[in-house]
Design a protein around this ligand. Structure first.
Ligand SMILES: *Cc1c(COP(=O)(O)O)cnc(C)c1O
Length: 360
């Protein structure tokens, strides 16, 4: 068996150790004679898995006591609709527009007929940066940002400060650096990029925000219900939560979130250096001070589509997958989430360098 070096944007690479552990335990979880997939979500067997995943997340991510951790379904995309349903007070909602995902989230607020404003956008420059000097109104119902822009390869280095509750879509950079919770009131992420398989959505929300929801919001769409029921109001995605727990244990074995961050910085530097030292053969999409440590989007000089296709074809021959860029940027995108190894990135850098030498 040869495992592919997976640069896919999502669902994406899962640490090999995690997959092996799940494989070992697949038929007989902890001597129970069951796969964890077959266990009742009301059983002690499953409840321990569930509660351990929450406890480990709180420990590793240093989540303060006045927040709840929820496991929901429907992906990050359902959160785009649930957030305004749960957090509106009938006032103003404010957004920063940094690309496809924030635009989709904005659309769901508009569908609900709520009052929403874009306070900053980088649309003019095809979302190649995080806008500077973002100012939210302190009295907004909430402020909304996308911490990492998966398609354009941009990322906030610091979250904006505001007295309004800040909501962060961290679908593509959750657990990749320590979070300053004094700045964040709600964070959410589909698990499938940096935290495990698809099917689980992580919501970390300040308890005080749970009280805002009106009784006219359907039961399953209220954070308050899921918080009161410890995300066991109905059947949760048990196998995905189990794998999320294994992924968190793996993060702990790596030395925790700070160690993960240091490794992510090292990987990103290798790739960005390869771009910057290519004498203009490779051109990064993001402005330098907005560069993502998770998704590196780049083109070949003059957006040469023929050479880009040739490089992607060669990468596949070298066992690398998922490097084709999103159509809105073209070129290539290397997604180097927590589970990507330094060796994997080095293999890509080696290929990029030899390709540039042969084709410039
Ligand atoms: C992938 C992604 C989403 C969409 O996630 P789904 O779980 O597929 O709904 C939302 N936001 C960001 C930043 C993403 O990268």
């Amino acid at each position: 068996m040869q495992r592919a070096i997976n640069f896919g944007a999502g669902p994406s690479a899962i640490p090999l150790e995690v997959l092996k552990e799940a494989q070992e335990q697949f038929l007989d979880f902890n001597g129970s004679g069951l796969s964890i997939m077959e266990a009742s979500h009301r059983s002690k067997l499953y409840e321990d898995v569930h509660n351990n995943a929450i406890a480990l997340m709180c420990e590793l991510y240093a989540i303060p006591e006045d927040y709840d951790v929820l496991f929901l379904q429907g992906g990050a995309s359902l959160q785009f609709a649930m957030i305004p349903m749960n957090l509106t007070l009938g006032g103003k909602i404010q957004f920063v527009d940094t690309g496809v995902w924030s635009s989709k989230a904005l659309k769901e607020v508009k569908i609900q007929g709520l009052n929403v404003e874009v306070v900053a956008s980088s649309k003019e420059s095809n979302y190649d940066r995080i806008p500077e000097n973002i100012v939210f109104d302190d009295n907004a119902d909430y402020a909304y940002i996308t911490s990492n822009n998966t398609i354009f390869g941009t990322q906030y280095k610091n979250y904006p400060s505001t007295k309004a509750p800040l909501v962060v879509d961290a679908s593509s950079d959750i657990f990749s650096y320590p979070v300053d919770w004094t700045k964040v009131d709600m964070m959410f992420a589909g698990a499938q990029k940096n935290a495990g398989p698809s099917g689980v959505t992580i919501v970390i929300i300040k308890k005080s925000l749970l009280e805002r929801v009106s009784e006219s919001v359907p039961t399953m769409l209220r954070y308050k219900i899921h918080a009161a029921e410890n995300s066991l109001y109905n059947t949760p995605p048990t196998f995905g939560i189990y794998l999320l727990g294994l992924t968190l244990q793996w993060i702990k074995r790596q030395g925790g979130i700070k160690a993960i961050e240091a490794n992510n910085e090292k990987k990103a530097k290798l790739l960005y250096d390869a771009i910057d030292n290519s004498n203009g053969f490779y051109v990064g999409h993001a402005q330098k001070d907005s560069r993502s440590l998770m998704n590196v989007s780049f083109n070949i000089k003059d957006k040469n589509a023929e050479l880009e296709a040739k490089l992607i074809k060669l990468s596949v021959e070298k066992n690398m997958i998922g490097l084709k860029g999103h159509r809105s940027v073209g070129g290539l995108r290397a997604s180097i989430y927590n589970a990507m190894t330094v060796e994997g990135v080095q293999a890509l850098v080696d290929l990029m360098q030899s390709f540039a030498n042969e084709n410039r």
